[in-house]
Design a protein around this ligand. Structure first.
Ligand SMILES: Cc1ncc(COP(=O)(O)O)c(C=O)c1O
Length: 411
């Protein structure tokens, strides 16, 4: 029998999409579903983005473009990094991809040989594991539980880098927790990183414009500039500009490394389409009021979500300071039952919550933290309160499981 390549067996369907599909199916059956499962911003880009597309259409060549990215887009990206507090990059330091996901795939392909080690903290974005495994890399996960606010400590990092992993991958602000590292925390991690010069650094900073409470966005290269020669900083239009389907990601990094990414682009994607390039330039260079307004909106929603979750006895939600996710610790529900259904873990919990209350959330185990679940709070405002009320009701209806399961003595 003809066999597919082994790597295809290592790629798993996204746990997030499985829940989202079930939610869609329930909705199609007429159920009043509240969807907290998908990490999409619920807003569209500013009018100037659409206008740029309309203006460009009569001039569109329909041809291939640069593998690195059109010069005007590269300039807009360089300016964007500068505005984010990362000056000093030039066109030679940046390139584009079909979303940050493809940029990350390129980066992993460029940096990791089969068997090489990649290290990252958990909770993590699901694709980190999948991409590394497709490429046959060895994944080492650094567990950062709710007790440490899901944040990596310098001591944990130092210990993990002692084995000289090829790549350290770091996401700030975080999907799924919404945690944002403070200036001092980033500076402390940067001090550790300089001590381990044989490890590449990938900073997945795609939520960097969605930071609340005035704590600001920081990156390790700002504190230890010597890290620039081995740090790649990923960004994207998806979340901050309301453009996930437009598929524009980009990266800044050392020239030789970025050149390797351009070569991979020439083999994987060739280029971004011209129309999309124009939209991206307009988003980056145009008025920034849409992302700014969304930051305000999401920080208000964060207060509502955390307030509701913290009012549930036994539930703790480390306070997110960015992105649009909350990641409460729901372990208090484990071993209890709802409508006769025993909830043994996060997966049982999310299934029961969807089946009984029609609220879709994602089990924390999809992100490497089985004590928690992810709530993406970008839905319509009236849906938000409804979903939170239903979650509270679900917890209130939990009862202690009828009979404890038999345990083997001494096991
Ligand atoms: C942490 C993180 N990195 C990267 C991505 C990929 O984003 P893009 O839409 O630009 O591919 C996502 C999308 O959910 C994400 O949450």
């Amino acid at each position: 029998m003809l066999k597919l390549a082994t790597r295809t067996g290592r790629a798993k369907p996204s746990a997030i999409m499985v829940i989202a599909d079930k939610a869609k199916q329930l909705k199609a059956e007429g159920k009043d579903v509240v969807n907290f499962s998908i990490g999409v911003p619920n807003f569209l880009p500013g009018d100037h983005v659409y206008q740029a597309v309309r203006d460009w259409m009569p001039r569109d060549s329909g041809g291939y473009g640069s593998n690195r990215g059109a010069p005007a887009l590269l300039d807009a990206i360089v300016a964007h990094f500068k505005q984010s507090g990362l000056p000093g990059y030039t066109r030679n330091n940046v390139t584009v991809g079909i979303g940050a996901k493809q940029v990350l795939y390129n980066l992993c392909e460029a940096l990791l040989d089969e068997g090489d080690e990649i290290v990252f903290p958990a909770p993590y974005w699901t694709s980190y594991v999948d991409i590394a495994e497709i490429l046959g890399a060895k994944v080492t996960i650094l567990q950062c539980p709710p007790e440490q606010n899901y944040k990596l400590t310098p001591a944990q990092l130092d210990k993990a880098l002692a084995s000289n992993p090829k790549v350290f991958l770091f996401n700030n602000p975080s999907n799924p927790t919404g945690m944002v590292y403070t200036k001092d925390e980033i500076a402390a991690l940067a001090d550790v990183l300089v001590k381990h010069p044989s490890t590449w650094i990938i900073a997945d900073d795609i939520y960097n414009r969605l930071v609340f409470d005035g704590i600001g966005y920081h990156n390790v290269v700002q504190f230890r500039p010597e890290l620039r020669e081995r740090t790649f900083i990923m960004d994207s239009l998806s979340k901050t500009y309301g453009m996930p389907g437009w598929r524009v990601g980009f990266v800044a990094g050392p020239e030789a490394g970025v050149k390797a990414l351009v070569t991979l682009n020439s083999n994987h994607i060739t280029c971004l389409p011209e129309i999309i390039t124009e939209a991206a330039i307009a988003a980056l260079n145009g008025p920034q009021d849409v992302p700014a307004a969304k930051r305000e909106d999401f920080s208000r929603r964060r207060d509502v979500v955390v307030g509701a979750l913290e009012s549930i006895p036994g539930v703790h939600c480390p306070r997110p300071q960015g992105a649009f996710y909350a990641f409460p610790d729901i372990a208090v529900a484990f071993g209890r039952s709802h409508n006769g259904k025993l909830i043994e873990n996060d997966i049982d919990f999310c299934k029961a919550l969807l089946d009984e209350k029609f609220v879709a959330t994602v089990p924390g185990s999809a992100f490497g933290e089985p004590r928690s679940l992810r709530i993406s709070y970008t839905c319509a405002p009236e849906q938000l309160q409804k979903g939170l009320d239903r979650i509270k009701q679900f917890f209130a209806e939990l009862s202690d499981a009828e009979a404890p399961r038999a345990r083997v003595a001494g096991a």
